[in-house]
Ligand binder design. Structure first.
Ligand SMILES: [Zn+2]
Length: 292
């Protein structure tokens, strides 16, 4: 066990309707500075003021990576894979091992559903030459798969990322379902388009009884510097204008509907709500409402 296992929560599990939801911290990295990647329209002074107002440091941020597992109707679906072996030297790639602590063996995963194909979401799908989740089929947005395969719309800074995609994902195509907006992954879990962070980025909505949860992937990647300022350009976004439009649409929807969210880069356990504050938004971590 390393320090992270001992001193920092890395597993979170709760029941929602008939579904079991587990979030697992794959890893965490300190990155400096804040701009880039976040708040690229803001000055250092403005960023320092935002940081201070939120009791955060102004010289950098922690990026966390939190895949979600949802078991419903006898099917267990993993959303995104973390870094896998490429994270092991750098405080990440812990998903497969920590799943075991949560009671899930790699063999238990029936479906791996990808929100998109950036490294922190796909790298853990293979372990060497073998699939990490040996019984899984795969689900991915059609637009996402086609964009990375074709390559012409992929920005130059994602060239290495595209090499990773070509190595990892197309070889799995014979076990892959290609999703359009509104398609079901399994009964109770539906894909929803939110393009922009990547060309074909997907979210997934769980509906069980009167309960709902949106696995929003990377619609917004920092709970303050992006979520509170959805109009701000983010360096991580592959189509920046489309990403801003999707972010504003999804934040409005989630805040209006009081929808519970699982966000890959929200602070662990990465489960919460979005409150509207004038033209801005605020992330509110879930607490005991899920246990009552
Ligand atoms: Zn990400």
């Amino acid at each position: 066990m390393n320090d992270l296992d001992t001193y920092r929560p890395a597993l979170h599990r709760f029941t929602l309707g008939q579904a079991d939801v587990t979030t697992i911290l794959d890893g965490a990295h300190i990155r400096k500075p804040i701009n880039p990647p976040f708040a690229m329209d803001k000055s250092a002074t403005e960023i320092a003021a935002i940081a201070a107002a939120n009791n955060l440091p102004a010289n950098g941020f922690e990026n966390t990576y939190t895949p979600t597992i949802i078991s419903i109707g006898g099917q267990t679906v993993l959303f995104d894979t973390g870094f896998g072996a490429m994270g092991h030297d750098n405080n990440a790639g812990n998903l497969a091992r920590r799943m075991g602590l949560a009671g899930y063996a790699p063999e238990d995963i029936d479906v791996v559903a990808f929100t998109h194909c950036h490294p922190d979401h796909i790298a853990g799908v293979m372990e060497g030459d073998a699939p990490t989740f040996p019984n899984a089929r795969y689900a991915i947005g059609r637009r996402e798969f086609d964009a990375w395969t074709d390559g012409s719309e992929i920005p130059p800074q994602r060239a290495q990322n595209r090499e990773m995609f070509l190595k990892l994902i197309p070889p799995l195509a014979d076990r892959m379902t290609f999703l359009e907006d509104g398609d079901a992954v399994v009964p109770g879990l539906t894909a929803e388009a939110a393009f922009g962070h990547s060309l074909g980025h997907m979210m997934y909505r769980l509906e069980s009884g009167d309960k709902s949860l949106l696995v929003w992937g990377d619609v917004t990647n920092h709970y303050v510097f992006s979520l509170q300022y959805p109009d701000s350009t983010v360096g991580f976004d592959d189509n920046k204008d489309m990403a801003i439009a999707s972010r504003k649409r999804v934040l409005d929807m989630v805040a209006t509907d009081g929808l519970l969210v699982s966000g890959h880069h929200m602070p662990f356990p990465s489960i919460g709500y979005v409150e509207r504050h004038g033209h801005s938004y605020c992330w509110t971590p879930a607490s005991y409402q899920l246990r009552m």
